[in-house]
Write a protein that binds this ligand. Structure first.
Ligand SMILES: Cc1ncc(COP(=O)(O)O)c(C=O)c1O
Length: 389
């Protein structure tokens, strides 16, 4: 079996599992308890907070543990909007049209209450124009939220440039960095962002845990009230084992960052050069350089991406459309649509995403299978004559 869907989720690293185990059956105290069981759990959380902070260049006190990327995104959006009081039309948020649903869905909800949202367009590579941000800011703008790396096509946004604009107008900038963390160097101070979302299960940590970096001094209204855990920002007894695992995953991601980047680049360039050479009518989507290299998103003209995934699965290869369009459901990817793709280009898309466990041999095997299955699917494609397959 070849797993090429690491943008969806990753295998938990064995060292992470090892680190987590004692917190289920030995160190099971409540971190709020005063006795030594409690103190040990609390210390473990503080250690993890440092590990997460170190990966993104933050201070430990700027890290809020959440249940993952979705909650981190919702927390910053709701936490900023709630601060503005009861007049929704006094709020304006700027985001992009290619964000993950964990930004877009809350924004749609906000619109129902009268809050104004600007969804910025992207170019054909999926990149936001920073000038559009400057031109969209008005006196009611309370937040700019632009994702770091896109989960479908892997394009990286000019976050530093965007942060300079936001700083000029004194508007807080949040970035959903769920797909970028562990794939490129990230330092929140150098970038100048005010908030940043991270998810553990994308970096070989456990699922259901993540973090929101909130820059010291940025006011964010707490969303879950109760016993006052997480500095009053997120009440509820902490998920100690998962926090510990997430911390370890961040430590490993930091140690292995350069090694992983060059590994992903090797897999990416091998896959791309062979596929382009050996399969006709294929195109790389997203930007060729401004991208995370663990992601390769391709369009095979005349092929339905979902049929391709099923065929690959029959050969033991796990890939994804990256929530792209299906010829059957007619539900097109909002990301590819925003990039100006037509229906045929959208349906023929396939996302493969690498993890540290993938090998060059697996990539070579996948290319061999791809050649066969693409050719099989094209032989029965409605576009057969159009492209002379
Ligand atoms: C860009 C992006 N943001 C947010 C999320 C949601 O993260 P989680 O699964 O941790 O809630 C994902 C997950 O796919 C993602 O890719």
């Amino acid at each position: 079996l070849i797993y090429l869907d690491n943008a969806a989720s990753t295998a938990v690293h064995p060292d992470v599992v090892k680190e987590m185990m004692p917190y289920f059956d030995v160190e099971y105290g409540n971190p709020s308890s005063i006795h030594q069981f409690g103190r040990k759990a609390k210390n473990a959380i503080q250690k993890a907070r440092k590990q997460v902070a170190a990966l993104v260049g933050a201070e430990p006190g700027e890290i809020l543990f959440t249940s993952g990327g979705t909650e981190s995104n919702n927390t910053i959006l709701n936490g900023i909007v709630k601060l503005q009081g009861s007049e929704p039309d006094q709020n304006h948020i700027i985001t992009s049209s290619i964000e993950h649903e964990a930004i877009l869905r809350p924004c749609k909800e906000f619109e129902n209450t009268g809050i104004k949202i600007t969804y910025l367009p992207v170019d054909e590579h999926g990149i936001v124009n920073p000038d559009d941000i400057a031109n969209s800011i008005n006196s009611h703008t309370v937040l700019v939220s632009i994702m770091f790396a896109n989960n479908e096509v892997g394009t990286i946004q000019p976050i530093k440039e965007i942060s300079e604009i936001c700083k000029k107008y004194q508007i807080p900038l949040h970035t959903d960095a769920v797909q970028a963390v562990g794939k490129i160097p990230i330092n929140v101070k150098d970038l100048g962002v005010d908030a940043l979302s991270i998810s553990s299960h994308k970096i070989n940590g456990p699922k259901g845990i993540g973090a929101l970096f909130i820059k010291k001094g940025l006011r964010v209204s707490p969303q879950i009230l109760g016993g006052g855990q997480e500095n009053g920002m997120r009440s509820g007894t902490e998920n100690v084992a998962s926090i510990v695992g997430f911390g370890k995953a961040c430590e490993i991601a930091k140690e292995r960052l350069n090694e992983n980047i060059s590994h992903f680049q090797t897999l990416h360039s091998t896959m791309l050069s062979r596929v382009i050479k050996e399969i006709p009518h294929v195109k790389l989507n997203g930007h060729s350089e401004k991208r995370i290299f663990n992601n390769i998103h391709l369009t095979f003209l005349g092929v339905n991406g979902e049929d391709l995934i099923i065929k690959l699965d029959e050969h033991g290869i796990a890939a994804s459309t990256g929530s792209a369009c299906s010829m059957h459901t007619q539900k097109a990817s909002h990301v590819l649509k925003a990039m100006g793709f037509n229906h045929e280009q959208i349906t023929g898309s396939l996302r493969m995403s690498f993890g540290y466990l993938n090998t060059l041999d697996e990539v070579e095997q996948t290319i061999d299978v791809l050649k066969r299955v693409v050719s099989e699917l094209r032989s029965v494609s409605p576009y057969k004559t159009k492209y002379n397959f």
